[in-house]
Design a protein around this ligand. Structure first.
Ligand code: ZN
Length: 124
């Protein structure tokens, strides 16, 4: 079981397993969040804190809502809206121990343009 926490500890959750990869996306939202997304089915994420402790942000096609800690502002996870894919959530893997983060491969997703994975870290 893997533990994750925002900076202040108000938002905490556990993950059932290590992800094989995490995803860095360059879309207009994710590039600003600087999140590294690990994808799970919702039943494999157990929140220790209540979602009342998070603020939400939803844009574009409105299929997912991004959550952040209302206290320390860390981007913590996203979950599907009512019209989104109910089987898929993502957590910001930057909230786990940095040694675990270092052990997982980062994939780069071109969410800004082609919507395909790209092989290398994009030039910033
Ligand atoms: Zn916090």
């Amino acid at each position: 079981m893997i533990q994750a926490s925002c900076h202040c500890g108000q938002v905490k959750f556990t993950l059932a397993a290590m992800p094989e990869t995490v995803t860095s996306c360059n879309c207009s939202a994710c590039s600003r969040f600087s999140a590294l997304w690990a994808y799970f089915e919702p039943e494999n994420i157990k929140f220790i804190s209540a979602e009342k402790d998070t603020g939400k942000y939803c844009w574009g096609d409105k299929t997912i809502e991004f959550h952040h800690c209302k206290n320390c502002a860390c981007i913590t996870h996203y979950r599907p809206t009512a019209i989104g894919n109910q089987k898929r959530m993502a957590v910001n893997f930057r909230l786990v121990d940095s040694k675990l983060l270092d052990s997982v491969k980062i994939r780069y997703f071109d969410g800004a343009d082609s919507w395909e994975f790209i092989n290398q870290e994009p030039k910033l």
